[in-house]
Ligand binder design. Structure first.
Ligand SMILES: Cc1ncc(COP(=O)(O)O)c(C=O)c1O
Length: 489
């Protein structure tokens, strides 16, 4: 059903267009199987949102299993193809921090990927899922001794060491056990990704990684990264596999990844020459962007892979070194778009707002404009990203289509917090009413994983839908779950 477009609200941000058809789905934001059925309801994997609501309630994370598998395969296949002549393919470590449960670990493994973890808890999920330790990596800037022991117990394929302090601890623990820890060194290549400041991680003034900048105050004037290479390659408790970097998140342009790859390869070649060692592996991290709104333009995995392979190929040729085995760690780009959150609409209210100065349209003439608040039955406890990162999302009316005119809306949660915003600005049909279902796409990554019990809300379950049936892969919490850690005195 096509709704004639109306004028943009002066309250809307410049990037937000009034959709020509509010019922249409902007496909890059959605999992592959999401469509509207004949009755106008959203369906995923052949299951409609009314049935999901009936069986599992709301809020609910709804994941398209086939879509997850195909995005995972796309990374593996495209990077393998692009790097085949350089290093025989690429090891793809799914970044479990983005979303992790045992079902997902099994899919990852079945699709030929490996797993990147960041804590003892994530290792526990990996162990329960039965993935072999050699296919698992452990990250973290402050690993406990217990986590290091656990990594060694599980015979992990790699421990990514984040600091000189940690290098000493990992080496000592492994040596005391009569073992060698397989270590990658996480470096900060000083590449600034084009992304939100809070999630850019490759600059110097932050907690992650070993700096590649020469420390002029140190006696030898070498960088922390070089000190770590020298120490690791000489330590009997350490097998130095190679180098690692992660330049940030939600990055669209391949240039940043390519530049980081080049800087790390130059450093790797210099260190191999200086210390007469071979570092057989290089991990270029994750951070590939996805579409949260219609203006986001993610690149296909194959395009990124080709750009990165070109730089690795030419840099290794120029340096005259054998290319190390390349690995990457995508999280968001695999799981993000596989999932939408299904909410039920409750309270609605419309406020009148002065247009901000500089806003588009006829602002600035003392006229106020309507902004409708659409409250849903979840909020910042199931999606903290708008609060943490000012992240933008989108939403559609999921339970039906509508011919009503678009109305600028703000989707908010039910928490006692005025910043509890799920979707800051979106045009929804003017007749959205209590009891309607809304779907917010792109919530597969860093939403359930960052969820909380703020205001004693139960964390939602996660449902995987495939071939016409839906099953819980993580059950939602009950009131009993919420109360059973309270000791009562
Ligand atoms: C070391 C490391 N690798 C991979 C990732 C995954 O990033 P993304 O989900 O943006 O691909 C992260 C995310 O923070 C990270 O810190």
């Amino acid at each position: 059903m096509t709704v004639s477009s109306s004028t943009a609200s002066p309250l809307a941000p410049d990037w937000l267009q009034v959709p020509a058809d509010l019922n249409a789905l902007h496909q890059p934001m959605w999992a592959g199987s999401v469509v509207r059925n004949g009755a106008g309801a959203l369906t995923v994997g052949g299951v409609d949102v009314h049935a999901l609501k009936e069986q599992f309630g709301t809020p609910l994370f709804v994941m398209d299993e086939a879509d997850f598998r195909s995005r995972a395969r796309a990374f593996k296949d495209s990077f393998d193809a692009a790097f085949a002549d350089i290093c025989g393919g690429v090891d793809v470590y799914y970044a479990g921090k983005s979303f992790l449960c045992t079902a997902v670990v099994k899919w990852v493994e079945e699709e030929g990927l490996r797993l990147d973890t960041a804590s003892g808890g994530e290792l526990a999920v990996a162990a329960r899922a039965g993935i072999p330790g050699e296919r698992v990596a452990l990250h973290g800037n402050n690993k406990s001794d217990a986590e290091i022991h656990r990594a060694l117990d599980m015979k992990l394929g790699r421990i990514v060491v984040d600091s000189l302090d940690e290098l000493v601890r990992v080496g000592a623990i492994a040596q005391a056990r009569g073992e060698q820890a397989k270590v990658m060194l996480r470096l900060t290549p000083g590449v600034h990704a084009h992304t939100h400041e809070f999630i850019a991680t490759a600059h110097e003034d932050q907690k992650f990684g070993l700096s590649m900048a020469a420390d002029t105050t140190a006696e030898a004037g070498v960088s922390a990264a070089e000190e770590a290479v020298a120490a690791a390659s000489a330590h009997p408790g350490i097998e130095l596999l190679g180098l690692h970097c992660h330049i940030g998140s939600q990055i669209f342009e391949p240039d940043g990844f390519a530049l980081a790859a080049e800087k790390l390869l130059r450093f790797l070649a210099a260190m191999q020459g200086k210390y007469s060692i071979t570092m057989p592996e290089l991990d270029l991290g994750g951070g590939y962007g996805i579409a949260y709104t219609p203006v986001d333009t993610p690149r296909p995995a194959a395009e990124i892979a080709t750009a990165m392979a070109a730089v690795v190929r030419s840099t290794c040729a120029e340096l005259g070194i054998d290319a190390p085995r390349i690995s990457i760690e995508p999280g968001r780009a695999i799981v993000g778009s596989t999932t939408f959150t299904l909410y039920e609409v409750g309270t609605l209210k419309t406020v009148r707002v002065d247009a901000p100065s500089g806003a588009r349209g006829d602002a600035g003439n003392n006229v106020t404009y309507p902004r409708r608040y659409v409250s849903v039955d979840g909020g910042m406890s199931d999606n903290a990203r708008p609060v943490l990162y000012d992240a933008d999302y989108s939403a559609v009316l999921a339970s039906r289509t509508s011919g009503a005119a678009p109305q600028l809306s703000r989707v908010v949660g039910k928490h006692c917090e005025s910043g509890d915003i799920v979707v800051r600005d979106v045009y929804l049909p003017g007749d959205v009413a209590a009891g309607d279902l809304l779907a917010v796409p792109g919530t597969g990554a860093y939403c359930w994983a960052l969820s909380s019990n703020y205001n004693y809300l139960a964390r939602p379950g996660v449902v995987a839908v495939r071939d016409g049936s839906a099953r819980l892969i993580v059950r939602g919490e009950t009131e009993e779950d919420l109360l059973n850690r309270d000791m009562g005195a």
